[in-house]
Write a new protein. Structure first.
Lengths: 331, 331, 331, 331
């Protein structure tokens, strides 16, 4: 992989590709600031730093490109990747405006095959994915409305009213199009009175109505300075029930006289993620020459307790657990 | 990696190491049934099938061993791995009884360094990890009691009363020792009347009391045939508050006149997992020569909606969204 | 009390005044259908049935009037009550339109003192009252937005689009005015595509935006045929936090990096309602010559268990509970 | 009614009977401290203060007795009431020990009809009543276990280990007998290490196991100094599902692969309590010569907003609300 852009987002993707992701290797990074690229490359084995995106993509080692440079630099990087036929994961927004977006669409059509994935990561969130599955399953009937909330603790300096739409609500725009599987036909932005926690002159929060081509109505509360944390919630109102996510409760459905959620059938579903983390932690420790998890002592002690338990189970009453003295190796 | 045992658990670990885990490669699998090992090895590039665990571990390609064979086979595999100095992740139980566990402890001490990690995966569950962090942080004071629930939809044929302790409650035994950071001093098993959904003669559910050496009291409801799903819950009762997990609500704390949970400060915490899944999905698709996620059309359409939104924001009122016709490539 | 109108609502209020409410007696009921009034009056001691509201109000026994007749009959009843200076609880809507409402305002001003209370009962709901208290307390800062949901299983035959506003959303209109303590300056009604569960031609659900004079923005989802039950929810978005009700969780507040609710300090708050119900049930049974609650046997048996508990507490171990044989009187 | 004992509990019951309860009048109060009885009687019309319970019960005005004196005084009061054939609501514990309880049972049997109700008020709590209804309905099958939690912020000075059982756990003892409809056969009290927030020498919390005659197992955590509030929770583990109360979520059931609760079918169930409070508040204000609830102005303003809403609904777009100037009477 080549990673273009080594700022906060790019550096995090490099770390992710290196430490978390299976089946990928970061062979090149590029940044307009050579020192930043170099110091990041130095954290990865056999990774070369470049100043030019094109040079990074030209490396023999590079089969795919992750673009995490600032928005205005995306178009050139995407064109370069398309010229080389490389698959690209491009952070959102794909490009800063529709005119440049259309040029990218045309270039990809000329190539004749899809190479570009845009970084709308909510589609990969577990709760959003379950919501999408439920809507597609059709049990709740057609969606008539979506209520969405997007709250931030505070915005960075320089954040503008316009960015509330282009940088923040753009996530709900994609989520709406994806969840409902149709385009948006019209937009109306409302401005309630502003919070005193926002910078002077900023209209924050705002309330955005989206109308889809089939007539669904979608509302989005965007609040840049809610003052208490980051909170993303969505509720779909369907013909036969409603479903909510983002509420610290998984998927919460109201249907047929009841509200609630799903109890998994087995440990595979409940602890799948724990198994993944366990094995990853073990692999990581192994590569460092360490053993960090539950030890043989833990295995022994659990056995000793269970043996006492089986005696209590058979005979009744309280059974004391006898352990050998704990060896130094396990202290 | 070598994976010893290619039954349900072993095969799942092979898939995990191959598709999910970063930095590991399955070079060898071993199973007493040669055909099973071969057909699993065939799903992985450059992976060799063996009948003997020792032969798999002897491979030049093997730096570490994951033991997922039946419990009675663990001791021999562990001894073999220790002889070779290989790090091992061994599924629970480490060995079937304390006598064999003690032999493993001695063997590892002779080697003089820890090589064995036992597969108590709950320590890697996100909610358990947060609970552990909260208890260790000390804000709630010392833990006085733990209430634990362990419910299964139903147990496989042949599951015995004894296995309720050795196979099921052993998870709570380890969780207790880990969360409270101390050993268990005594066990008492109680048997309420049995559910009619359990096989004839089986005492299910059971209720287990564990006493730790420092005097904390722990109760475990083990229910093998609860009939509605798999549910694992824990509640720690501390000197200044209580905290519960497994309740479809994340970490739920009661302290200082309120109950509730945590709102994350930013998208990094909220969507970290979504970013991981996004990039993994992209890497997987790239390796298959595909692009599967949000397309350039999705990037363009989001831009077009946001542009209309900015116009509505500036001028007020409803603004229609104009899209070019959707090219065939993106249908 | 006189109760005017003995339909479903009026009859329920008669029952309420008779069985639940302290300090009131229903002395007169009036209904345009004499038989309906008579049969209801017959269920109450010393209650007279009338056809004319004025005649009921003229009774010497009547100090106050509850108006539960159909909306178009309210104006005449209110005028009659005002002429007599009687306090009135009038079901909503007060009158069917603003012209008649203004005539009532003028009549009450001529009388020079407030006599009329309108039946907006949400102000008396425990959760709404807590929400109002929290907003008035000011801890969360000024409210900027209110999100409200009002869902019905289905509407009775003859229910129109217009009634979605005048009969249903009117509750949210009052709740908004009361919670925010200000008037509403403008209204916009949006119509998403209709559910197939509504009658042909009905636009259901609808989405109503209310703007208050100080600039707060309020949205109301009104859904007459949601198909799964009756659900009323409200969320206030304030400068320093958000708070939600109607969610089967009491008052749920998000503030300062956490979400959650209140743990009461004592049994008085937690069980106040249970004490009220207990004593009411006992009084009701006493008046019927019965004793229905926990018996002396229950008091004895609890003592016997507690005595055994104290022995176990002192001596340790399991203590059997000895009970005398249960006398026939308590079977 | 006569109320015997005018301490905290007795005075609260006098207020309840006077202000909340329908169909009862407090005609007599008695207390060993004459001044306390007199000052309480002075708050009620036509209520006489007595020193002797027997004298209060002898009043011609008294048809029933509420006993809220200290436990050791109960037996004499109950005997007196039985002698007069008066129905009694007696605060718990009925009497301080089983010997005196048995004497009461005998006295009531000699009378030949039940006259005594014991004040186990949890049976009247809405959530407990729903739990009882669900267990009795049989949908979840037989109850096998009950888990109960009983936590207090702190206990008053002088509270002893023994009172944890006799004064606190006695509530769970009655709840168990009532919910499961059977007697308790044995008790075991466990003492985990004590919280440092309890007085020196007090074993707090404690953990009590109750075994019912049919073999159900019940555990009770009693915690007198949990430090964060008052929390009472119960979970029934049945053959086909589990159900929990006391969790700020109403009745929460896990059954058939899902967890959750009930959505009411209509406003009658959802707002029944609000209607009761509304009418009681109106009656109370009426008796004070006041009108305190939503005014005619509120009725008018709601109409005006709804009229604007209907115009928007018909014509589309935003419609401003026109209000006449608010008259002084409604400021």
């Amino acid at each position: 992989m080549a990673v273009i852009g080594t700022g906060k987002m790019g550096a995090d993707h490099v770390r992710r590709l290196h430490e978390v992701i299976s089946g990928a290797r970061v062979a090149a990074v590029a940044d307009i600031e050579p020192e930043r690229a170099k110091s990041l490359a130095a954290t990865i084995e056999e990774c070369t730093a470049y100043t030019e995106p094109a040079a990074a993509m030209a490396s023999q080692e590079v089969d795919a490109v992750l673009v995490a440079s600032p928005g205005p630099a995306h178009e050139a990087a995407l064109v370069e990747a398309l010229d080389r036929g490389l698959p690209v994961l491009c952070e959102k927004p794909m490009t800063p405006d529709t005119a440049s977006s259309l040029r990218i669409l045309e270039a990809e059509q000329r190539l004749g095959r899809r190479r570009i994935q845009v970084g709308f990561m909510r589609r990969y969130d577990v709760e959003y994915a379950k919501l999408k599955g439920l809507l597609d399953g059709g049990e709740l009937g057609r969606a008539l409305m979506l209520h969405q909330r997007h709250r931030n603790l505070a915005m960075p300096p320089g954040f503008t009213d316009e960015m509330l739409i282009t940088s923040s609500v753009s996530h709900e725009v994609d989520a709406t199009r994806w969840l409902l599987d149709e385009e948006i036909a019209a937009v109306t932005v409302h401005k309630p009175r502003a919070t005193s926690l926002a910078p002077d002159g900023m209209n924050d929060p705002q309330f955005v109505l989206l109308e889809t081509v089939s007539g669904a109505l979608v509302d989005v509360e965007i609040f840049g300075h809610c003052g208490y944390g980051y909170q993303v919630q969505a509720e779909a109102v369907c013909e036969r029930g409603t479903v909510r996510i983002g509420d610290e409760q998984g998927l919460r459905v109201s249907v047929e006289g009841r509200w609630g959620g799903h109890v998994p059938p087995d440990y595979v579903e409940r602890f799948e993620d724990a198994y993944d983390r366990e094995v990853q932690a073990w692999v990581d420790a192994t590569r460092r020459g360490e053993v960090t998890g539950p030890s043989a002592w833990d295995g022994y002690a659990a056995s000793a307790v269970c043996e006492a338990g089986v005696v209590s189970q058979r005979q009744g009453g309280r059974v004391e657990v006898e352990l050998v003295e704990r060896p130094d190796l396990y202290r």
